[in-house]
Design a protein around this ligand. Structure first.
Ligand SMILES: [Zn+2]
Length: 387
């Protein structure tokens, strides 16, 4: 995670950079703010910036060995503490759930606590940072740093820490081991032990303003300004919420349905000629809607192809963020293996050509059928799957 990947928060980022430039990195900091605004992403980008061996005045390089490990969340000097549930014979500590944690974070850096509970399969159990965790914290921080200058411990929701653990943590904050940083990410900071708060620098993270959210939505989905602003407004400062709302809109659902149908038919049509008839019906149907909706669909299809390429190639390297809704993600888990560097340019060209032809008032039926037939060939072009 680089600062460049963060949505908004320019002032906070400037402040965090300055602490590094002036060598005034406070050893205990708490990022406080509401859910879904990118606090955890900020903590990670900050940690990566501090540890980068080739950082610029503005950002981490994203390429050095340290950045690579941070982007995969596997740097040996990066430690996570978060609430967990008691489950079977598992020791109730963060390390027992670390692979689920990494997977969730890599999929989406902005998630709510409920999502984390769902991923752990918490059902009705309470998630807490249990006493067992304090042993782990002491153990991890008593070691010398392996590779970086600092050992960095990111504590997600310190307000969920039980009192015994909180008091142990307090001792470590009072007498920190050499070159150790605690970055806490908190939604209800007033619930954190007062003695911890009084020894911690609080970094208030404001909610995102409507315009920032709307701009990002427009950049990612080519929405019209009115819809983007209305989603941003309803999302109340949370980009995550705005994306959820977008996925629930009727336009999005309909575009998703047309896209999946087109891709399935196009895939089958090369071997099964009877599907050509179905593709013609598909083109007829889409020819019957207005031009604005047709253009909106083509933009949506371009977005889906890009996200699937990211899923196939870049996400495997932990370097990009995917913002697909649940249905889209479910479909894309299988579909993404068909979108690769060898066919993306061709697919992109076809969709853009169709877009231009529709704008120039070409016959929609012919434009869409033509595009669909070309996709049947392109979709079968494969590369060796990257690992
Ligand atoms: Zn770097």
């Amino acid at each position: 995670m680089r600062f460049a990947d963060i949505i908004g928060h320019t002032d906070v980022i400037n402040h965090l950079r300055a602490t590094v430039h002036m060598q005034r990195i406070s050893h205990s900091q708490l990022f406080a703010g509401k859910e879904g605004i990118g606090k955890l992403a900020l903590a990670l980008a900050y940690a990566q910036y501090i540890s980068c061996t080739d950082r610029t005045p503005t950002d981490s390089c994203g390429k050095c060995a340290s950045c690579n490990k941070f982007q995969k969340l596997i740097h040996p000097d990066l430690h996570f503490v978060f609430p967990v549930v008691k489950k079977g014979n598992l020791l109730p500590v963060s390390d027992s759930f670390i692979s689920e944690w990494r997977q969730l974070l890599l999929q989406n850096y902005s998630f709510g606590f409920n999502k984390w509970l769902e991923v752990m399969g918490a059902e009705n159990s309470q998630a807490t940072i249990y006493t067992n965790e304090s042993q782990e914290i002491i153990k991890k921080l008593s070691l010398k740093s392996f590779e970086a200058e600092y050992k960095i411990m990111i504590i997600y929701l310190p307000e969920k820490m039980n009192t015994v653990t909180a008091n142990k943590l307090l001792k470590m904050i009072e007498e920190p081991p050499h070159k150790t940083l605690f970055l806490m990410v908190s939604v209800e900071a007033d619930q954190v032990l007062g003695t911890i708060l009084s020894r911690t620098q609080i970094v208030k993270i404001p909610q995102l303003d409507d315009q920032t959210i709307a701009d990002k939505l427009q950049a990612n989905w080519q929405l019209d300004t009115k819809l983007a602003l209305s989603l941003a407004h309803s999302a109340n400062g949370s980009y995550l919420k705005a994306v959820e709302l977008l996925h629930a809109t009727e336009d999005n659902k309909r575009n998703f349905e047309w896209f999946t149908r087109l891709m399935r038919l196009a895939y089958m049509a090369l071997k099964d000629n009877s599907k050509i008839g179905d593709l013609m019906s598909w083109a007829d149907e889409i020819a019957g809607i207005g031009r604005e909706k047709q253009k909106n669909f083509l933009n949506y299809a371009l977005y889906m192809l890009r996200e699937n390429l990211v899923l196939n190639v870049a996400a495997a390297q932990g370097s990009e963020i995917v913002y697909l809704g649940p249905d889209e993600l479910n479909f894309s888990k299988k579909f993404s293996e068909f979108i690769n560097p060898k066919n993306i340019v061709g697919l992109d060209t076809e969709l853009n050509k169709a877009f231009n032809d529709i704008e120039r008032n070409g016959s929609a039926r012919i434009v869409f059928l033509d595009m669909a037939l070309r996709i049947t060939r392109l979709i079968h072009i494969k590369t060796v799957k990257q690992t």
